[in-house]
Every structure is written in C-alpha cells, then in structure tokens.
Design a protein around this ligand. Structure first.
Ligand code: 4GM
Length: 227
C-alpha cells in the first residue's frame, strides 16, 4: 500500500514513521509512506500557502494552488485514482469500518490543513473525502493523519501477527476487549482471576466473552445497539 501525505510539517512524521508497528511495516516494504510539503508548490518568493480571507475576518486561509498542484504532481507520478482524504473537524467520523475500507486500497492521499481553514474550492476541486478523528479542533491535521495511518497500516496484510487480529475482530464485532493479565500472579494484593489459571480453554473463552459483553454494556452501550 502507498500513502502520500500533503503537509506543511513533514518533519513531525519522521519519528512516527520509523517507530513501532508502522516503522516495521515501512521497513519491511508492506507500506510506502511519503510526505509532500505543499509549500514546495507555492507561487511566490515568500513561498506563501495562505492568505487573508475575502470578506474580512480573523486568521488566514489555505489557498488553492499549492494543494491542488501538489495533488496533481502525485497524479502524474502514478497516483491517479487514489482516494483523497482531507482531515477536518467537519468530516465524517473515522470508524474501524472506514479504516478497514481504506486498508483495502492500493493508494491513498492524506491532506493536512492548518490555520483557520482552507479555501472552499479545495473541497470542490480535489473531490476529497472529508474525515474527522473526533469532535475537537487541532491546530493542524497532522495528528489526525497519524491516527488514520496507524489504524490503517495495522490492517495491511502481513503487518500484524495472528494474536493481534483477534483484538481487531473484537472491536469490529462491536464489543470491547476483555480484561487481560500477565505475571506476577499477585500484585499488591490483587489476584489474577482463577479461571485464567484453570487451563480449561472452554471456561476461559466463555469468561472472556462474558467480560467483553459486560464491559461493553457498561462503557459503550451504543456499540451493542449497532451490533
Ligand atoms: C480546518 C480545516 C482535523 C482545520 C482543515 C484537523 C481537527 C481534526 C484543520 C484542517 C484539524 C479532526 C486542522 N482539527 N477532528 N485541524 O479530525 O486540517
């Protein structure tokens, strides 16, 4: 899978792209992630990417030409037909189901906005799908792009081992993960539940299912409603 990221701050992606699961996926060639600084597509000597809003008002607005021309340069580089995703608080809320759809695609482009917003014509011209990671405002789309990349990359075939995919299925099935324990058996007076030490795989599976459903009912009843 190939992911291109349009951003004014490519340097903030560097440690993220070389660490942990995403870093290993990149290293193993399972995903190729490139950052494009759309300031490189600015037209003036100051390399401007934003300007004052027509009609007045506070702040600056990202202008069309740098972002649109950066996208066109990707098209020319074999990216034609890529799904374009604009990270914005006005977008459709990112879900595990959506992440699963994105992970099936050969190539996606993520567009990170900044400042007070962007010229409305960027929406029209790019045809981008607008996605939000939640109901809060960030100073830039970069953290949202990293959230999306992380969630997508772990679903790319070969990135995770078998045991991790169980966690995925659990959420996709509409329930939260059951409680887990590891050594030591007792920690500050707190014991590991006996059933997990019983060696009875049937009872353990039943206990986990029950914990999973219980926990979902208490914390996220909305998920059970959907399932
Ligand atoms: C306005 C337009 C995404 C602001 C485009 C981006 C929150 C989210 C920005 C933009 C963002 C979110 C930058 N804030 N909730 N700020 O996913 O990219």
């Amino acid at each position: 899978m190939r992911i291109d990221v349009l951003t004014l701050f490519p340097e903030v992606f560097a440690p993220f792209l070389s660490t942990s699961i995403v870093g290993r996926a990149v290293e193993r060639g399972l995903v190729c992630i490139r950052c494009v600084n759309f300031r490189d597509f600015a037209h003036d000597a100051h390399r401007s990417v934003d300007d004052k809003p027509y009609g007045g008002g506070p702040g600056m607005v990202l202008m069309c030409p740098p972002i649109v021309e950066a996208l066109e340069s990707l098209d020319a580089d074999g990216g034609e037909g890529s799904l374009r995703i604009l990270l914005t608080p006005q977008g459709e809320r990112l879900s595990q189901a959506m992440v699963g759809e994105f992970a099936k695609l050969a190539r996606i482009v993520l567009i990170c906005g900044h400042y007070e917003g962007f010229d409305e014509r960027i929406r029209t011209v790019t045809g981008a799908r607008e996605v939000s990671i939640g109901d809060y405002v960030l100073s830039g789309g970069e953290p949202a792009a990293m959230v999306l990349i992380d969630a997508v990359v772990r679903l790319v075939p070969g990135v995770l081992g078998d045991q991790q995919s169980v966690v995925e299925e659990s959420f996709a099935a509409g329930t939260l993960e059951y409680p887990q324990y590891t050594r030591p058996r007792e920690f500050r007076g707190l014991q590991v539940p006996d059933v997990l030490l019983s060696g009875d795989h049937g009872r353990i599976a039943a206990w986990r299912r029950e914990q999973s459903v219980d926990r979902t009912r208490r914390r996220r009843p909305d998920l059970l409603g959907e399932a």
